[in-house]
Ligand binder design. Structure first.
Ligand SMILES: C[S@@+](CC[C@H](N)C(=O)[O-])C[C@H]1O[C@@H](n2cnc3c(N)ncnc32)[C@H](O)[C@@H]1O
Length: 313
């Protein structure tokens, strides 16, 4: 039986055990192929979410005691507790930059590190979380619901210039100025429906994607400070790898992928102090079959690297 068939079998069994599984892990076969988890490997999952990747990886490592699963969302942690009962793995509900700093201070290192960035399906499917264009709800968008800043506080308080910058930088929204102006004129805005209608009005006629997609994406990234946390975390993740350890990052946004590419390339190459060897020269994309089965995989990009073993380490 190949690793891939074994994994698919395991995933099918797991899925049957948990019919309520709400999030389909992307690029699962590719992640397993590149990370090559072995019995006894230690494993750090920085965005464990609903445990899809974690279940598949720990099925190979078997080493729950050396597994650290991180998510800043309490709902994800509660789901992870159902899969990995108390006292098995270490679960940490924090943003991954804070946890990475803690782990560096604790002098921990791992054979396998995974970061599958962005939001989970439950974020998008539950209207009450305020991430969704399709489901109405309060304008929230916080992954960690204990944080103060919400989408509503940004939309209703930022200046027109700051809103334009967010829409342009994080959403690559061509109509950022117009949308920012319309937002200012329509304040106060409290629901996802209101915001979706305002952004859509600036895009009359046919649009391939929902006309508010870029506005929602930009605000979500700003609310959760996603790019800043990623950029600051990447060097820490490299230092958290054991020699010979593998790191995989899955991104869904071109700016995220740019940070990952820059960090991996900066730490690799033909130089005396290179720390990493790239296992993927270009990002790995989902197959057409996976995209049919799981449309979220459409924009996923996977990059993987291995920490170079040096004399003396
Ligand atoms: C794409 S989902 C991960 C899904 C997971 N790999 C699985 O198979 O179920 C991303 C998860 O990362 C979490 N997340 C995103 N940014 C984070 C950050 N900076 N720190 C910690 N968790 C984060 C989100 O709450 C979400 O649950």
């Amino acid at each position: 039986m190949t690793l891939q068939t074994k994994t698919q079998d395991k995933m099918r069994q797991n899925k049957n055990q948990n019919k309520n599984q709400q999030h389909e892990p992307v690029l699962i076969n590719e992640v397993l192929q590149y990370l090559a988890p072995k019995s006894g490997d230690s494993y750090l999952d920085l965005t464990a979410g609903y445990g899809g990747h974690a279940r598949a990886i720990t099925a190979h490592t078997g080493s729950l005691i050396h597994t650290v699963l991180v998510d800043r969302d309490i709902n994800a942690i509660r789901e992870l507790e159902k899969i990995f009962p108390k006292g098995t793995v270490s679960l940490r509900q924090k943003d991954f930059l804070s946890v990475s700093r803690e782990l560096v201070a604790e002098k921990q290192q791992f054979d396998i590190i995974l970061a599958d960035l962005g939001v989970s399906s439950p974020h998008l499917n539950e209207g009450s979380r305020g991430f969704s264009i399709k489901h109405s709800g309060p304008l929230d968008m916080r992954m960690d619901q204990s944080q103060e800043i919400t989408a509503s506080s940004l939309v209703n308080n930022l200046s027109e210039k700051d809103l334009t910058d967010i829409l342009m930088r994080y959403g690559e929204e061509p109509k950022s100025k117009k949308i920012a102006r319309a937002i200012i004129e329509a304040r106060p805005i409290e629901t996802t429906d209101q915001l979706a209608a305002i952004a859509s009005k600036q895009w009359p006629g046919y649009s391939k994607i929902h006309p508010a997609t870029r506005t929602f994406q930009a605000l979500r990234i700003a609310v959760n400070d996603e790019l800043n946390l990623l950029e600051k975390s990447l060097p820490l993740w490299i230092s958290l790898l054991k020699p010979g350890g593998r790191i995989a990052v899955i991104s869904f946004h071109s700016l995220e992928d740019r940070f990952v590419k820059k960090a991996f390339q900066g730490a690799s190459g033909d130089k005396y102090d290179a720390e990493l060897k790239l296992l993927t020269k270009r990002p790995v994309l989902a197959s057409p079959q996976e995209i049919v089965f799981n449309p979220r995989a459409r924009s996923a990009k996977l990059r993987v690297a291995v920490k170079i073993k040096k004399k003396g380490n």
